[in-house]
Design a protein around this ligand. Structure first.
Ligand SMILES: Nc1nc2c([nH]c(=O)n2[C@H]2C[C@H](O)[C@@H](COP(=O)(O)OP(=O)(O)OP(=O)(O)O)O2)c(=O)[nH]1
Ligand SMILES: [Mg+2]
Length: 141
Protein backbone atom coordinates (compact mmCIF):
# COMPACT_ATOMS: atom_id res chain seq x y z
CA UNK A 1 0.00 0.00 0.00
CA UNK A 2 1.31 3.43 -0.87
CA UNK A 3 0.70 6.57 1.11
CA UNK A 4 0.54 9.97 -0.52
CA UNK A 5 1.94 12.97 1.26
CA UNK A 6 -0.20 15.99 0.59
CA UNK A 7 1.11 19.50 1.23
CA UNK A 8 -0.42 21.43 4.13
CA UNK A 9 -3.34 23.74 3.32
CA UNK A 10 -2.25 27.17 2.12
CA UNK A 11 -4.02 30.34 3.31
CA UNK A 12 -3.49 33.62 1.44
CA UNK A 13 -4.06 36.42 3.91
CA UNK A 14 -4.23 40.22 3.80
CA UNK A 15 -2.94 41.81 7.01
CA UNK A 16 -3.28 45.38 8.33
CA UNK A 17 -0.88 47.28 10.53
CA UNK A 18 -3.29 50.04 11.53
CA UNK A 19 -1.88 53.24 13.01
CA UNK A 20 -3.76 56.00 14.78
CA UNK A 21 -2.90 59.69 15.14
CA UNK A 22 -0.92 58.94 18.33
CA UNK A 23 1.37 56.58 16.42
CA UNK A 24 -0.06 53.49 18.13
CA UNK A 25 -0.75 50.20 16.34
CA UNK A 26 -3.84 48.02 16.64
CA UNK A 27 -3.40 44.39 17.67
CA UNK A 28 -6.05 41.78 18.45
CA UNK A 29 -6.06 38.61 20.47
CA UNK A 30 -7.28 35.44 18.74
CA UNK A 31 -10.07 33.53 20.40
CA UNK A 32 -8.85 30.82 22.78
CA UNK A 33 -10.26 27.93 20.76
CA UNK A 34 -8.76 26.91 17.42
CA UNK A 35 -5.43 27.38 15.69
CA UNK A 36 -3.02 29.76 17.44
CA UNK A 37 -5.71 30.40 20.04
CA UNK A 38 -4.93 33.19 22.51
CA UNK A 39 -2.04 34.61 20.48
CA UNK A 40 -2.00 38.25 19.42
CA UNK A 41 -2.00 39.21 15.72
CA UNK A 42 -2.49 42.07 13.34
CA UNK A 43 -6.07 41.96 12.09
CA UNK A 44 -6.75 40.50 8.64
CA UNK A 45 -8.07 37.47 6.81
CA UNK A 46 -8.37 35.44 3.66
CA UNK A 47 -8.34 37.06 0.24
CA UNK A 48 -11.53 36.18 -1.62
CA UNK A 49 -11.78 35.36 -5.31
CA UNK A 50 -11.57 38.46 -7.54
CA UNK A 51 -10.42 40.70 -4.69
CA UNK A 52 -7.22 42.73 -4.53
CA UNK A 53 -5.22 42.53 -1.30
CA UNK A 54 -6.14 46.16 -0.54
CA UNK A 55 -9.86 45.39 -0.96
CA UNK A 56 -9.49 42.31 1.22
CA UNK A 57 -7.78 44.24 4.02
CA UNK A 58 -10.40 46.99 4.00
CA UNK A 59 -13.27 44.46 4.04
CA UNK A 60 -11.75 42.23 6.74
CA UNK A 61 -11.04 45.18 9.03
CA UNK A 62 -14.60 46.41 8.68
CA UNK A 63 -15.98 42.88 9.36
CA UNK A 64 -13.68 42.10 12.28
CA UNK A 65 -13.46 45.49 13.98
CA UNK A 66 -16.26 47.66 12.54
CA UNK A 67 -13.93 50.49 11.54
CA UNK A 68 -12.91 52.22 8.32
CA UNK A 69 -9.25 52.42 7.36
CA UNK A 70 -7.15 53.70 4.51
CA UNK A 71 -4.92 50.97 3.13
CA UNK A 72 -1.46 52.39 2.49
CA UNK A 73 1.95 51.11 1.44
CA UNK A 74 2.96 47.46 1.29
CA UNK A 75 5.21 46.61 4.27
CA UNK A 76 6.25 42.98 3.71
CA UNK A 77 5.02 39.64 2.40
CA UNK A 78 5.82 36.60 4.54
CA UNK A 79 5.55 33.00 3.44
CA UNK A 80 5.61 30.78 6.51
CA UNK A 81 4.91 27.09 7.06
CA UNK A 82 3.57 25.98 10.44
CA UNK A 83 3.28 22.29 11.31
CA UNK A 84 -0.02 21.78 9.47
CA UNK A 85 -0.52 25.03 7.65
CA UNK A 86 1.22 27.31 5.18
CA UNK A 87 0.36 31.02 5.22
CA UNK A 88 1.23 33.87 2.88
CA UNK A 89 0.74 37.13 4.76
CA UNK A 90 0.70 40.31 2.66
CA UNK A 91 1.04 43.16 5.12
CA UNK A 92 0.14 46.80 4.48
CA UNK A 93 0.51 49.94 6.53
CA UNK A 94 -3.00 51.31 7.18
CA UNK A 95 -4.44 54.42 8.77
CA UNK A 96 -7.44 54.46 11.08
CA UNK A 97 -10.16 56.76 9.69
CA UNK A 98 -13.43 56.32 11.59
CA UNK A 99 -15.17 54.13 14.16
CA UNK A 100 -14.19 52.70 17.52
CA UNK A 101 -12.69 49.22 17.10
CA UNK A 102 -14.96 46.46 18.46
CA UNK A 103 -13.83 42.88 19.15
CA UNK A 104 -16.43 41.41 16.75
CA UNK A 105 -14.43 38.28 15.84
CA UNK A 106 -11.62 38.27 18.38
CA UNK A 107 -11.21 38.21 22.15
CA UNK A 108 -9.60 41.57 22.76
CA UNK A 109 -8.19 44.61 21.00
CA UNK A 110 -5.42 47.00 22.03
CA UNK A 111 -3.69 50.09 20.71
CA UNK A 112 0.00 49.69 21.51
CA UNK A 113 3.28 51.50 20.90
CA UNK A 114 5.87 49.83 18.68
CA UNK A 115 8.20 49.30 21.66
CA UNK A 116 5.44 47.45 23.57
CA UNK A 117 4.98 44.70 20.98
CA UNK A 118 7.53 42.45 22.73
CA UNK A 119 5.15 42.03 25.66
CA UNK A 120 2.63 40.14 23.54
CA UNK A 121 2.83 36.57 22.24
CA UNK A 122 2.48 36.46 18.44
CA UNK A 123 2.55 33.55 15.96
CA UNK A 124 6.01 32.66 14.61
CA UNK A 125 5.47 34.37 11.24
CA UNK A 126 4.96 37.70 12.99
CA UNK A 127 8.57 37.97 14.13
CA UNK A 128 9.46 39.05 10.59
CA UNK A 129 6.52 41.47 10.40
CA UNK A 130 7.54 43.15 13.65
CA UNK A 131 11.18 43.39 12.51
CA UNK A 132 10.06 45.01 9.23
CA UNK A 133 7.86 47.42 11.15
CA UNK A 134 10.75 48.52 13.38
CA UNK A 135 12.97 48.90 10.33
CA UNK A 136 10.41 51.05 8.53
CA UNK A 137 9.91 53.14 11.67
CA UNK A 138 13.68 53.78 11.82
CA UNK A 139 13.80 54.96 8.23
CA UNK A 140 10.67 57.16 8.37
CA UNK A 141 9.47 57.72 11.94
N1 LIG B 1 -4.76 37.99 10.57
C1 LIG B 1 -3.59 37.48 10.88
N2 LIG B 1 -3.34 36.15 10.67
C2 LIG B 1 -2.13 35.70 11.01
C3 LIG B 1 -1.11 36.55 11.54
N3 LIG B 1 0.01 35.78 11.76
C4 LIG B 1 -0.29 34.53 11.38
O1 LIG B 1 0.47 33.56 11.42
N4 LIG B 1 -1.60 34.46 10.93
C5 LIG B 1 -2.26 33.24 10.45
C6 LIG B 1 -3.30 32.75 11.43
C7 LIG B 1 -4.34 32.09 10.51
O2 LIG B 1 -3.94 30.78 10.23
C8 LIG B 1 -4.23 32.90 9.25
C9 LIG B 1 -5.31 33.95 9.21
O3 LIG B 1 -6.45 33.37 8.71
P1 LIG B 1 -7.90 33.78 9.08
O4 LIG B 1 -7.92 34.82 10.15
O5 LIG B 1 -8.66 34.05 7.85
O6 LIG B 1 -8.43 32.43 9.55
P2 LIG B 1 -8.55 31.80 10.97
O7 LIG B 1 -7.53 30.74 11.13
O8 LIG B 1 -8.54 32.88 12.01
O9 LIG B 1 -10.00 31.17 10.88
P3 LIG B 1 -10.81 30.47 9.71
O10 LIG B 1 -11.55 31.59 9.05
O11 LIG B 1 -9.86 29.76 8.80
O12 LIG B 1 -11.72 29.54 10.45
O13 LIG B 1 -2.94 33.50 9.26
C10 LIG B 1 -1.38 37.92 11.75
O14 LIG B 1 -0.59 38.73 12.23
N5 LIG B 1 -2.63 38.32 11.41
MG1 LIG C 1 -8.88 36.81 10.60
Amino acid sequence: MSETISPPPHKIIGVAVISNDQGQILIDRRRPEGAMGGLWEFPGGKIEKGETVEECIKREINEELGILIEVGKHLITIDHTYTHLRVTLTVHHCRHLTGIPQPLECDEIRWVNLDELDRFAFPQANIQIIAALRESDRSHP
